[in-house]
Design a protein around this ligand. Structure first.
Ligand code: ZN
Length: 345
């Protein structure tokens, strides 16, 4: 048991050391897709479900002084392990919304932290406050977190493991999560900060309580749009993209946004996506967009592409106004573990 405590002490000390280095010069930002499968679909070719890891720091700590996870779909911990990022290293998890393809990996994530770092520190879970839908049901991130391990509490698993290692909190993984909620607004608001890193959120259109995020660091900025769509969910409309995400993305270096590719549309695919859904987003897979209009062109880099990406899809994803582009940079259809670094190396 003494060894367990020592291990915890080392982990905490390492955390403090790396945090203090977050303000040192030569900062860098790394954005990595931890999952690119979307929707309540069957598993496909080993892809993990939605998630993005944002790391910030400097060369000396491999841009890893701060580690933020945005959404945590199926397989998130597996992808993090491929990056050498243990669940205990995450500072916070942010949820864009409560769809299961963005959340179901969170149980695995916090269970892992609880099992091996059962005395903490707590991880922050940042998400929207409870919201009642027009249909009358409530979307509650807070309840999602507080009940995250209920099945394992009911099965006796939590009590059994607590009996083995008393440092593991008796109430299970939920006791090691500090839930921070906010009311999404039409203008960006800062919802979380650490050292020189701040995270802002904006209301966006998808399901009740939906939010998109922006991370600002001395190295650059990244926006995680999530499943955000246009306020008008179906044509006719002037364009299909999210006005809120575009507000949030002004001057950002990288945008990560989920979308549905036209080849998945009802008229082209044998296994098609219904029009009401494909109208919400135009391209399947997560998209990494590097804003090359930045004077220093600092974020531009190439990663492997997945699938065909038509020239017309570059820039703003729009339906009826060709020529109206928001992004002048490169649009990349990213697969799992696709990664961009700012500044590019
Ligand atoms: Zn969704």
């Amino acid at each position: 048991m003494r060894g367990w405590r020592a291990a915890m002490g080392i982990a905490l000390a390492t955390h403090l050391i790396t945090m203090s280095s977050a303000t040192v010069a030569a900062p860098c930002l790394v954005v990595t897709l931890t999952g690119t499968a979307g929707g309540p679909q069957q598993p496909f070719n080993g892809l993990a479900s939605s998630g993005t890891l944002v790391r910030y720091g400097e060369d000396a700590n491999n841009c890893g002084a701060v580690k933020l996870q945005f959404d945590a779909g199926r397989g998130t911990t597996m992808r993090l392990s491929q990056l050498g990022v243990g669940t205990e290293q995450l500072n916070a998890v942010f949820f864009t919304h409560m769809h299961n393809d963005h959340t179901e990996g969170f149980a695995d994530l916090v269970q892992s932290r609880w099992a091996f770092h059962g005395i903490g520190p707590k991880i922050d879970a940042v998400c929207s406050a409870d919201v009642v839908s027009l249909q009358g049901f409530t979307v509650s991130c807070r309840k999602f977190v507080s009940h995250i391990a209920d099945a394992f509490i009911q099965s006796g698993e939590i009590a059994q493991r607590h009996s083995e290692v008393k440092e593991r909190t008796a109430g299970g993984p939920a006791e090691l999560v500090n839930t921070i909620t906010f009311d999404p607004k039409d203008e960006p608001q800062v919802v979380w900060t650490i050292a020189a890193v701040s995270v802002s959120a904006i209301r966006s259109t998808h399901i009740p309580g939906n939010a998109s995020y922006r991370v600002d660091t001395p190295a650059g900025s990244v926006v995680i749009g999530g499943d955000a769509a246009n306020d008008t969910l179906a044509p006719p409309r002037k364009w299909s993209t999210s006005d809120q995400v575009e507000t949030l993305a002004k001057g950002a270096d990288i945008i990560v946004h989920s979308a549905i590719h036209p080849v998945m549309g009802p008229t082209t695919a044998a296994e098609c996506i219904p029009m009401p859904i494909i109208a919400r987003r135009r391209c399947r897979c997560e998209v990494l967009d590097v804003n090359a209009s930045d004077p220093a062109d600092r974020g531009r880099s190439a990663i492997s592409l997945q699938g065909a990406w038509q020239p017309a899809d570059r820039g703003r994803l729009q339906e009826s106004s060709p020529g109206r582009w928001v992004f002048t940079g490169q649009v990349i259809v990213g697969t799992d573990l696709a990664s961009l670094r700012v500044p590019a190396k």
